[in-house]
Design a protein. Structure first.
Length: 477
């Protein structure tokens, strides 16, 4: 049972956040991430980041990695609560190989290009060595340049993947400046290796003993030697063993299991009952006079999935920005009515039964990712905007943003985006574009935790976009 949970040396940055993400715990607790005894950062919805538990003042780093299908790997050689420094190794021209320095949210404050290396599908070896205040970068014995470090204090080492499926890392070796700490990680299941080996040897010995005892009378009667019986025993043992190992290595170990053991990891994802209860508390208290209430309706992105805390969510960030606007003395309240995985027909039904009583002044509909039935999506969207119009509520439409990294099916999303734009034109409704805004800034920091859920910097960018479009949002245009 080789998993990151049992390994115990690495912490996932997706796990433990207040606004959880689908697949984050499964990445730790299933065999998929360490299948074939190497780390794959491209499983369970990709974009994973793992950080070694032991901080150190890094002096040397070695690791093997393999990139496929326009992926990239970021090696964070210094990461702490204030920010990070690292190197990106890339096969994606939109994210070239470079040294990176960033803040605690994930926005890049520095980016230095390195010699561009043409990676193939094979394995490559990275070596970092501290020289003064910079790390020399060597790839397959070829120098790519140097990267600056942020400071000399102990910090963590991390590995971050991209939107590609196959981001492999193996044979990680870390050394500190004093030479007193040396970390070696092969991602193999070594904890129970001895015990498992002894159990297997004991079982084989029992089988041999049973064969010898069971064939003793027949060997005496026929005069046959024991060799043919043992040879047949070997065949009987080896064939199912080979099939089992092959199935585990190439099939079972790569599957995304439907049943996941969460151990003690919290499942921090609200369902419909949680969201309705939270908003019901808002509806029970009178709205403050002079306060403009904005209700955001949508799925998990609207709910805030990927945010480390409530203050970190994009709608809370937006509320803070609007209320700090020096050109306005109006008080604004931002409420999220996002429910993970919900479609527009489900949201329409909830608005009719529950949310109209919240008396919002503005409703923002941020959808597109979860709906797959275009006629149902279009009909429900028209029904929702017609309902809010009948209630005299200003309605703003937002085609839900997604990452464009390694997306083969994004054409379906774009079709739903265009359907929303058509509804906006037909009804004369304002529309705020966020997808293109985020995509244009895709290499200014770490935006995504998966194809639709925003990392902390992505939450900040989305809040900035709405704030920049506040005249449209608030009806001041």
């Amino acid at each position: 049972d080789n998993t990151l949970h049992r390994n115990g040396n690495w912490v996932s940055s997706k796990v433990g956040i207040e606004y959880g993400i689908l697949g984050s715990v499964a990445f730790l607790t299933t065999r998929t991430a360490l299948n074939r005894e190497r780390l794959n950062l491209g499983v369970w919805h990709k974009f994973h980041e793992v950080v070694h538990r032991r901080p150190l003042r890094l002096a040397a780093l070695d690791l093997d990695f393999r990139l496929r299908r326009a992926g990239y790997l970021v090696v964070l050689f210094q990461k702490d609560a204030e920010g990070f420094a690292g190197i990106r190794l890339s096969r994606n021209p939109d994210f070239p190989t470079a040294c990176l320095i960033g803040d605690a949210v994930g926005e890049f404050s520095g980016r230095e290009p390195l010699i561009d290396e043409a990676f193939d599908d094979g394995w490559h070896h990275l070596r970092l060595r501290l020289t003064g205040d910079r790390f020399s970068v060597t790839l397959n014995e070829r120098s790519l340049g140097t990267c600056a470090r942020r400071h000399g204090d102990p910090a963590s080492v991390g590995l971050r993947g991209s939107g590609a499926k196959h981001i492999y890392v193996d044979n990680v070796v870390l050394e500190d400046v004093d030479g007193t700490v040396r970390v070696s990680e092969s991602f193999g299941n070594t904890r129970s290796f001895l015990a498992s080996g002894l159990v297997c040897l004991a079982l084989v010995a029992l089988v041999y003993a049973a064969v010898l005892i069971g064939t003793r009378a027949n060997r005496r009667r026929t005069g046959r030697r024991v060799d043919p019986y043992l040879a047949l025993t070997h065949l009987v043992l080896l064939v199912p063993l080979g099939l089992a190992l092959g199935a585990e290595r190439y099939v079972l170990g790569r599957r995304h299991h439907e049943s996941v053991n969460f151990y003690d990891y919290p499942n921090r994802i609200e369902d419909e009952a949680d969201v309705l209860a939270r908003l019901a508390e808002v509806g029970e208290r009178p709205k403050n006079e002079g306060t403009l209430r904005i209700l955001f309706v949508g799925g998990s992105q609207t709910w805030g999935s990927g945010a480390r805390s409530r203050r970190d969510t994009w709608f809370e960030r937006l509320e803070a920005k609007l209320n700090a606007d020096p050109d306005s003395d109006r008080r604004v309240e931002c409420l999220s009515a996002g429910i993970p995985a919900y479609t527009v027909p489900q949201l329409l039904a909830l608005y009719e039964s529950h949310w109209r009583g919240l008396e919002p002044d503005v409703v923002v509909i941020n959808v597109g990712n979860n709906d797959v039935d275009m006629p149902s999506y279009r009909k429900a969207l028209e029904g929702l905007v017609d309902l809010t119009a009948s209630l005299g509520v200003r309605t703003v439409l937002v085609p839900e943003a997604n990452t464009t990294q390694n997306r083969r099916s994004i054409g379906e999303l774009y079709a739903r985006h265009e359907a929303m734009r058509e509804v906006a034109r037909e009804r004369g409704l304002p529309l705020i574009e966020t997808h293109s805004y985020l995509d244009e800034r895709r290499d200014t920091g770490f935006l995504w935790w998966d194809r639709v859920h925003l990392a902390p910097y992505g939450q900040e960018l989305l809040a900035r976009r709405f704030y920049e479009q506040r005249a449209i949002l608030l009806g001041e245009d």
